[in-house]
Design a binder for this molecule. Structure first.
Ligand code: LLP
Length: 410
């Protein structure tokens, strides 16, 4: 492998000792991110797409801690935002506007006006907003359009966004109307965008999308790039297959090179999970063991207020008992302390779990902390980043004042 030397020096995974040390130092529940792993993932992408015309915009909706954004910037990656506030966070973290992409959906035109003033790259996803954009800016500000390719893809329906019943993007069958607006206002369309979903392991999905987009490329003579969105699957379960990035890269680059209309275009991607899922660990402490006829429950000091993926998407997260690694293997149902069903794992075999044990949830970097809440008036967890072997607190745990923040108290 061409980058073996590089991987040798970087830490793919934090050790049990490192995780325990951080849990002891910063308390639980705790999110921990391994900066090395983020860099390894980025290098995987750039070494597979080794052609100087592919750009990666980290989909920061996966994890927006400013320190993570700064780190992502420091390794040379650009950033994709899904709200004007993410745009502002990215600029605050130091990204140049030309490296910030704003892929909007369902937003008011005021946000597009704000993004234009900030000078970032914009993808518009409705005919209505495109018309308003044309009226106000004509051809003075280059812009991209998000199309809906009518392809069903993604790990489950909640995270599938490109199919023919999805709200996202301008349906390709409305190409006529789209072209009419562009011609009428002389809009300078420089980017075509699609994003079909998350957890995509099959490169064919991207190739299908390319086919749909390539058919219409000749209608956009000012095009500079095609943006194929994010969605690269990583392994969550033991033995899970992730997307084969080298295979994807070879096929996508060949498709672009073999088409006279696209061979000079840039290829853009917006990976979220691929960049930060595996760098993240979520550590909880076991509050209660409860034996019942149906299961032995291990109730931890967390719930869907901190990690909602298992409950919201039936997502699988690998869980290990950090503090009893040699315990006898038994089945435990891992649940939280929320006043609703919040089962992280049902009847999962693992090293015997006892009260006060520390459990680690893997793949917790993407859409973990980011989707957390204060439900049940619980505090949000602290976040730690490990860089050059050093754990550093990058967000303090909530305190009581945080629950009152913004409330008007008479
Ligand atoms: N680009 C666009 C326009 C997106 O909507 C998304 C994700 C991405 C890129 C990044 O996709 P990724 O590479 O992370 O799969 N909360 C869900 C995933 C929702 C994804 C929403 N959009 C989960 O935890 O599985």
């Amino acid at each position: 492998m061409k980058t073996a030397f590089f991987y040798f020096r970087m830490t793919e995974q934090l050790s049990r000792e490192q995780l325990l040390q951080s849990a002891n130092e910063f308390g639980t529940p705790l999110y921990i991110y391994n900066a090395d792993k983020i860099e390894i993932q980025y290098k995987r992408l750039t070494s597979a797409f080794n052609n100087n015309k592919t750009r990666f915009f980290y989909a920061c909706k996966a994890l927006t801690n400013i320190n993570i954004l700064k780190f992502i910037k420091s390794i040379g990656c650009s950033v994709d935002c899904s709200s004007i506030n993410e745009v502002k966070l990215a600029l605050f973290a130091g990204f140049e506007p030309s490296n910030v992409l704003y892929t909007s959906n369902g937003i008011g035109f005021e946000e597009i006006e704000e993004a234009q003033l900030l000078g970032v790259i914009i993808n518009i996803d409705s005919l209505s907003n495109l018309k308003k954009f044309g009226k106000k800016y004509g051809n003075s500000y280059p812009v991209g359009v998000r199309l809906r390719p009518n392809i069903m893809a993604g790990g489950n329906l909640k995270i599938a966004t490109g199919h023919d019943k999805s709200k996202f993007g301008i349906p390709v069958e409305q190409l006529g109307d789209l072209l009419q607006i562009i011609t009428h206002y002389q809009i300078n369309i420089t980017n075509l965008h699609m994003h079909t979903g998350s957890d995509i392991k099959d490169a064919d999905v991207f190739l299908q999308g390319i086919e749909v987009l390539f058919d219409i490329v000749p209608h956009f003579p000012k095009l500079k790039s095609i943006d194929l969105g994010g969605g690269f699957k990583v392994g969550y379960k033991e033995g899970d297959t992730a997307i084969d990035i080298d295979n994807l890269a070879a096929r996508v680059m060949a498709a672009f090179d073999n088409n006279e209309h696209t061979k000079n275009l840039e290829i853009w991607f917006e990976p979220g999970k691929f960049m930060v899922s595996e760098c993240g660990y979520f550590i909880t402490k076991v509050n209660v063991i409860k034996e019942t006829a149906a299961a032995t429950f291990a109730g931890v000091n967390s719930g869907f207020n901190h990690l909602i993926r298992p409950m919201f998407y039936d997502a699988y997260h690998r869980i290990e008992n950090l503090s009893n690694p040699d315990g006898e293997i038994k089945e435990f149902s891992i649940t939280g302390y929320i006043c609703e069903t919040d089962t992280f794992a049902w009847q999962r075999p693992m090293n015997e779990v006892r009260e006060d044990d520390l459990l680690v949830f893997y793949n917790a970097g993407a859409y973990g902390f980011e989707m957390s809440s204060n439900y049940n008036s619980r505090y949000k967890p602290a976040e730690v980043m490990v860089k050059n072997g050093e754990p550093k607190l990058i967000r303090k745990r909530d305190e009581f004042e945080d629950l009152l923040s913004g409330q008007i108290i008479d």
